[in-house]
Design a protein around this ligand. Structure first.
Ligand code: NAP
Length: 308
């Protein structure tokens, strides 16, 4: 893929979930162009190893460890970025997981907490720095599987999925829900930014099926076996390199400068599920997310205050 990335010397990016998979690949690509990349994940060893790769590629960075299921750790991650950086050119929420059994975090189901509430909180806390650094970009890695997601903002807390009995936890349904939440969030964020700070953009990214990452490591049964086999055959699905390149392109390529409220499958602009057009659903999820995270839904991106 011709990435067409400019010189990124002087640019700073926070890239969550960059100790592995497509996030790690994207971090290395940004570093190759001279960027400073704030690397993030849970695993210290992979963090150290990724930091070395970033430095070898010609960039600089720091590894920040934070479990995004822990609200204090998410707030702490934002604080570190705020304290260490005098600018933030891109906030990339790429970290995600799928847990095989129901677990609770941040007053909701853990997959939703890590994959959606943590990105929400990071935007809330880092919006002032992004606005000061404009033009800047928010990118959230979602998935094509969002089309299978079901979400009702009124029932996402506590212990979601609220309507299924505890013994019928469906990990794929929870993952798909979190990825639909990513898209509803990005489009709502883009609508707010269009009023408050048009030079800050928000886009969502689907890398394709990337069997070579660690995402599917806890998946058991026939699907787990199929992914393990797929990872051994180049040509099945998308390579980690292509997934990382597409992410780096959305973060820093001039080809997508100024594009906001958009969904990309690889390098192609795509239409998300039609529920993403539902402004009332987006607004209700925004409110419910703020309540779960414990922040004011209007701050720091209040379109009404700007219009007044
Ligand atoms: N692979 C695919 O087929 C596919 C398809 C569509 C979308 N995606 C999306 O692509 C993104 C990257 O996934 P990947 O496939 O590259 O998977 P991956 O190799 O498993 O990478 C996931 C990253 O997220 C971090 N992470 C996971 N849970 C975390 C937590 N609780 N707190 C902090 N960090 C956490 C991991 O860090 P540690 O391991 O250090 O904790 C790792 O750096 C995800 O948003 C995923 O949903 C992937």
């Amino acid at each position: 893929m011709d990435l067409d990335l400019p010189d990124l010397d002087g640019k700073t990016y926070l890239l969550t979930g960059s100790t592995s998979g497509i996030g790690r690949d994207a971090a290395r690509r940004l570093a190759q162009c001279g960027a400073t990349v704030l690397l993030h994940g849970r695993d210290r060893e992979r963090g150290r190893e990724t930091l070395s790769a970033v430095r070898e590629a010609g960039g600089d960075g720091v590894f920040v460890r934070a479990d995004l299921a822990d609200p204090e750790a998410v707030a702490g991650l934002a604080r570190v970025v705020d304290e260490r950086c005098d600018r933030l050119d891109g906030l990339v929420s790429n970290a995600a997981l799928s847990v095989p059994e129901r677990e609770t975090a941040m007053g909701t189901e853990r997959t939703l907490a890590v994959n959606h509430l943590a990105p929400y909180r990071l935007v809330h806390d880092l919006a002032p720095l992004l606005l000061e650094s404009a033009p800047a970009r928010v990118v959230v890695t979602t998935s094509g599987v969002h089309r299978r997601g079901e979400i009702d903002p009124e029932t996402i807390a506590p212990g979601e999925p609220a309507r299924s009995p505890p013994d019928e936890y469906d990990a794929l349904a929870a993952y798909a829900r979190s990825k639909l939440a990513n898209l509803l969030f990005v489009y709502q964020l883009a609508a707010r930014l269009a009023v408050v700070a048009p030079e800050v953009t928000a886009t969502a990214y689907h890398p394709g099926f990337v069997p070579g990452t660690r995402l599917y490591r806890s998946v058991r049964g026939p699907f787990g076996l199929a992914v393990a086999l797929a990872a051994r055959f180049p040509g099945v699905g998308t390579s980690v390199a292509a997934g990382g390149a597409g992410l780096a392109r959305l973060v820093a390529s001039p080809a997508v400068a100024g594009v906001s409220g958009a969904y990309f499958a690889g390098t192609e602009r795509a239409l998300p599920d039609e529920r993403v057009d539902d402004a009332a659903l987006r607004a209700r999820l925004w409110e419910a997310s703020a309540e779960l995270v414990g922040v004011d839904p209007e701050l720091p991106l209040d379109p009404v205050a700007v219009e007044d």
